[in-house]
Ligand binder design. Sequence first.
Ligand code: THU
Length: 131
Amino acid sequence: MSDLLKKAKTVRVNAHAPYSNFKVGAAVRSVDGNDFVGCNVENAAYPEGLCAEAGAIAAMIAAGDRQVKEICIVADSTQLITPCGGCRQKLAEFSETDTVVLVANLSGQSLQRTVGELLPDSFNPDRLGPL
Ligand code: THU
């Protein structure tokens, strides 16, 4: 198992998911070679919950890195999960189309995709043209 996947598994334990009982962990490796983790953080006001991927991406940005090289996402699910639509968009902001997305469960199953496969023809910063 890659060390990034291990980090996603480890942080998943800290998720705050009392409403869904569905804990998720994410670990991002930036192109600068730094790793950042996040877990889902739910809220009694349900729509205010935060996905694990969003937390990991926010940690990367707060630390000053700007580009995702790879992201691993782990949940305890029989069917492998993939990032929600909002997180695909958040990833596209800081990724290339060939950025690797690895999803896994606790049984050892995994699936690898790219950001371009998960969100083809995305609306991304390039679409805005020169600012
Ligand atoms: N969730 C994530 O954190 N990442 C995903 O990729 C899918 C869903 C969270 C949101 C919510 O806290 C719980 O999982 C159930 O949807």
